[in-house]
Design a protein. Structure first.
Length: 179
């Protein structure tokens, strides 16, 4: 009777240690969804203030968006994720993000056509927590604006937190004193 009890206690202790280790190694580090909104900018999940705090703290940010719609009798689903090259906190309540320009793809829907379009026009956009998404297409050689495509999208904003968690709140970047 003594040995089965000892075995049970040992298994329980090992299991607890494994779980504790798992939490420590995965913790809160890595990319974390901190804010998600619909195409009108209405909150779906998370906290916009946490996103602003992360921007002020210098954390890496990613923004994702996607949509689904019927086209020619097929349901198309598309998701994108980008790392902004420029971020703005506007009036301490909204965020705008500029995404680096890239050549247009032959197709964004067909996996067999994931190649750059022959004409090589450049696509770039600015997104905001109000749901706005303004994409523009430029002629690669001349820089001429070819298409202006204002849209609205659901967006998900991610922050890469270090393994020791977020730093204390950073003051607004316009303040001259560090608190």
């Amino acid at each position: 009777m003594k040995y089965p009890l000892l075995l049970l206690v040992t298994l329980f202790f090992c299991n607890c240690q494994a779980s504790e280790k798992e939490v420590k190694t995965t913790g809160s580090s890595g990319w974390t969804l901190v804010y998600k909104h619909d195409k009108t900018g209405q909150k779906i999940a998370g906290d916009k203030a946490e996103l602003i705090h992360a921007i002020r703290g210098g954390y890496s940010i990613r923004v994702g968006w996607g949509w689904e719609r019927m086209r020619e009798g097929s349901l198309l689903r598309l998701e994108h994720m980008a790392t902004p090259i420029f971020l703005s906190v506007i009036q301490e309540k909204d965020i705008a993000a500029v995404i680096d320009a890239h050549p247009l793809l032959e197709s964004y829907f067909d996996i067999q056509q994931q190649t750059f379009r022959e004409e090589g026009h450049i696509w770039q956009c600015v997104l905001s927590t109000t749901g706005t998404f303004n994409a523009k297409v430029y002629h690669r050689a001349t820089g001429e604006l070819l298409r202006d495509m204002p849209q609205r999208h659901h967006m998900s904003w991610f922050v890469e937190f270090p393994s020791d968690g977020p730093n204390p709140k950073s003051p607004p970047l316009f303040q001259t004193e560090i608190e």
